[in-house]
Write a protein that binds this ligand. Structure first.
Ligand code: ATP
Ligand code: MG
Length: 491
């Protein structure tokens, strides 16, 4: 391989067909004079040298009937090699100075003297002294080497997993979740399709190695909260953000709360009797009653203290880490909003009082329960308190560009839609060209990992399989019905 040219942060490298280099690979350029340069291949094209037409013509002449001659000097082979020569378009990622990575570069490598070779992930990690304190094996890179990230780099971070439908987003989320939990972290999952519960069993249906660290919470069953536990502020936030309650009605609710507090009976039951006896005009009473019934319809409010969830106790019961899976599939959009608001408000309360350690929240298709303005605000605030989000979505535009810019880690699966790709390309931590070229051609189950977790050295990973029951839960008509043959025989 040889250096051909440099344009901005792009280095073009000439490679022959025998050089086994793939998009996403890292190369090291060593000219013996300057510090070694690390570049990443993001695209490849044919060599369009001015002499190439002539070369092709010459080859054509060799094979033409009239010119059928023996090729003793293997000119034809050389000609093929010229035609198959490729240009590897690469981005400069940094240099190695005294064995340390340095993201800056201020020189051109020698075109004549440079030797170029592929650099393995292991060597790269060694160069940059990447030592994961809490390793998570994501999968393998193109060279079949393990790609390992550090759970510590997901800690304190905002992460986004995005890509088209069925590309393997939830699978990766399950991998991260199971590993975080194994490392002792606490993860709350907004499980829109009730698919994360599969992590509690292995492929043959027996309890998995993390089953005792998982808690599946179902609305109307064990996903229940009491008003008393939630507290006044959380109730006012539920009313304001999740139930669009006018401020005058919220104020009435707060007065009722104070009365219930004086009586020593803060409960959904008492709330109902207070609403019916409070002295307000009919319009306000209607608003109070409608919000009351909205809350009731969510099936996540309990009267009895015994039934209610206590996050601190829940965490206390899982001293080695826990994954708390909120099964949201059967909840109405409004009930989902109420649940999410409860979770965020109450966790902030507990974190402020240092009652619980920092936590992670995994949110599938978060835009389906709150609009992006809500999330933008929540994200910036929540991070300070110690709530770290991972968003999983197949609609990248459901999150605002500012969210992508704030993201510490982005795991990009394939996109078919150019608009989606553009949106991500413009707003991620690396240059748009790398994103565009590397993501466009990704097959399912492979993703481009960008950001802190990969030390800002983007890498394409084939996500590994999991020893759990991780099937997605897309119900399909024909799978449910069985094959037509079976039907006929049965009939
Ligand atoms: N790396 C992998 N190894 C093995 N199976 C995988 C892998 N990635 C995904 N799968 C399987 O492929 C299917 C689709 O994956 P997954 O449910 O993660 O896709 P998705 O991107 O979340 O889809 P959707 O947009 O519908 O939510 C699932 O059955 C899953 O188990
Ligand atoms: Mg999914």
């Amino acid at each position: 391989m040889k250096v051909l040219s440099k344009k901005g942060d792009e280095i073009q490298i000439l490679a022959l067909s025998g050089d086994k280099i793939e998009k996403g690979d890292y190369l090291i350029i060593d000219d013996g004079i300057n510090p070694r340069m690390i570049v990443q291949v993001f695209d490849e094209t044919y060599l369009d040298s001015t002499g190439i037409d002539e070369e092709i013509l010459r080859d054509e002449l060799f094979t033409a009937d009239k010119m059928r001659v023996i090729d003793p000097d293997r000119l034809q082979t050389i000609s093929y090699m010229i035609r198959d020569a490729r240009i590897l378009r690469s981005k400069i990622r940094g240099t190695v100075i005294s064995g340390k990575f340095n993201p800056e570069i201020g020189w051109l490598p020698s075109r004549a003297q440079s030797s170029i070779r592929r650099i393995s992930q292991k060597e790269l990690n060694g160069l940059f002294e990447i030592m994961a304190s809490h390793p998570i094996v994501l999968g393998k890179n193109a060279g079949q080497e393990e790609v390992i990230v550090d759970a510590a780099d997901i800690d304190g971070s905002l992460s986004i997993i995005t890509g088209r439908k069925e590309s393997g987003k939830s699978h990766l989320a399950k991998l991260l979740l199971s590993e975080l939990v194994r490392h002792g972290a606490y993860v709350f999952v907004l499980d829109l399709n009730n698919e994360y519960s599969g992590l509690a069993s292995d492929e043959s249906g027996n309890p998995s190695d993390i089953s005792d660290r998982l808690k599946i919470l179902e609305p109307g069953s064990n996903m229940l909260f009491t008003l008393k536990y939630l507290g006044k502020r959380v109730l006012s936030e539920i009313l304001t953000h999740a139930l669009d309650t006018p401020s005058i009605t919220v104020r009435e609710y707060m007065k009722i709360w104070d009365q219930m507090n004086e009586e020593g009976d803060i409960s959904i039951r008492n709330l109902y009797s207070k609403i019916n006896t409070v002295k307000v005009n009919d319009m306000v009473r209607d608003a109070l009653i409608s919000r009351y019934y909205s809350m009731l319809s969510t099936r996540i409010f309990a009267n009895s203290d015994v039934m209610g969830i206590d996050f601190k106790a829940l965490i206390g019961k899982h001293p080695n880490g826990g994954g708390f899976l909120f099964s949201m599939a059967k909840m109405s959009p409004m009930a989902r909003r109420v649940l999410v608001q409860i979770l965020l408000s109450k966790l902030v309360d507990l974190l402020e009082n240092e009652d619980i350690p920092p936590v992670f929240i995994f949110a599938e298709e978060a835009h389906l329960y709150f609009e992006h303005t809500y999330w933008e605000d929540a994200l910036t605030r929540m991070r300070h308190f110690g709530i770290f989000f991972t968003f999983i979505t197949n609609q990248p535009d459901s999150l605002n560009a500012t969210v992508y810019r704030q993201a510490d880690n982005v795991f990009l699966f394939n996109f078919i839609n150019e608009k989606d790709l553009e949106m991500i390309a413009q707003s991620s931590r690396i240059d748009g060209e790398t994103v565009r070229e590397l993501v466009r051609s990704l097959p399912s189950r492979k993703c481009l990992a960008i950001g802190k977790a990969v030390k800002d050295l983007p890498v394409i990973v084939k996500v590994r399989e999991l020893p759990y029951n991780t099937r997605g839960r897309t119900k399909k008509f024909f799978t449910l019905k069985g094959s037509p043959d079976a039907e006929i025989k049965a009939g």
